[in-house]
Design a protein around this ligand. Structure first.
Ligand SMILES: [Zn+2]
Length: 203
C-alpha cells in the first residue's frame, strides 16, 4: 500500500497548540560540515517600544542554530545559517494575546514590510504574551514564542514557512498528534524543503 493511504489528515492550520512538546523526545544531534543546501535565517526580536533591546530575550543564537542544524536539518544536508539578527518594534505583535483567534492574520499583517524574500524570517515574542499558540508559520515567516525555541515547535513552524502541511503520523515533525514524539521529516518532506530552499536562494 502506498504511504499516502496512511495519511490521516493533511491540513493547513494557522497555528499550533501550546500543548506542543510537553515532554519532548531526546534527539541525538548529527552535524555535517558545509551542507549542500543552505538557508539564511534572520532572527527578529519583537519589542514593545524603543526602550527595549534584543537582550531582553537573552537567547544564545549560535546554540539555537546548532539545535536546529544538529537535531533536524544537517542530517538532510540542509544547513541553517544566521543572516541578520535584528529587532522589530511592534506593540501589537508583541502583545499577541490581545488578538486571540486572529494571531495568524495579525502576524502576516504586522510583518509584511520587514520580511526579506531571500531568506527565512523568524520573529520571536515572549511566550507570556500569547494565550493559545506556541508558534506560527506562514510563507517564509515563522513566529516562535521564546519558551518554545528549543523544542520541536521550531522545525515544525519552519516546515510550515517552507510550504509543508500537517501530517499526523506519529514521530513526524509536521504532526499535531503526540507532539512529544515529533522527531523527523520524511523523505518527501525533505525534498519539498530542499526545493523551497533552492527557490528562495534564487531570489
Ligand atoms: Zn502546525
Amino acid at each position: 500500500m502506498k504511504q499516502l493511504t496512511f495519511l490521516l489528515l493533511v491540513l493547513l492550520l494557522p497555528s499550533c497548540s501550546v500543548e506542543d512538546d510537553s515532554a519532548p523526545l531526546f534527539i541525538e544531534p548529527i552535524y555535517v560540515n558545509n551542507p549542500t543546501f543552505k538557508l539564511k535565517l534572520d532572527i527578529i526580536y519583537v519589542l514593545p517600544n524603543e526602550k527595549y533591546a534584543k537582550s531582553k530575550y537573552n537567547i544564545d543564537e549560535s546554540k539555537y542554530l546548532d539545535y536546529l542544524n544538529g537535531c533536524f536539518f544537517n542530517r538532510h544536508d540542509i544547513g541553517i545559517v544566521l543572516g541578520e539578527s535584528r529587532t522589530l518594534v511592534n506593540p501589537e505583535l508583541y502583545d499577541l494575546k490581545d488578538d486571540r483567534g486572529n494571531e495568524s492574520a495579525i502576524f502576516e499583517r504586522e510583518t509584511k514590510g520587514t520580511c526579506k524574500p531571500d531568506r527565512l524570517n523568524m520573529y520571536i515574542i515572549p511566550r507570556t504574551n500569547t494565550i493559545a499558540i506556541a508558534g506560527l508559520g506562514v510563507t517564509q515567516r515563522t513566529l516562535i514564542t521564546d519558551e518554545f525555541l528549543f523544542k520541536t515547535t521550531s522545525p515544525h513552524e519552519i516546515g510550515h514557512s517552507l510550504g509543508l502541511h500537517h501530517l499526523d503520523v506519529d514521530g513526524n515533525i509536521m504532526s499535531r498528534v503526540k507532539p512529544y514524539l515529533r522527531k523527523e521529516f520524511n523523505s518527501e518532506q525533505v525534498s519539498e524543503l530542499i526545493q523551497q530552499i533552492i527557490t528562495i536562494n534564487n531570489r
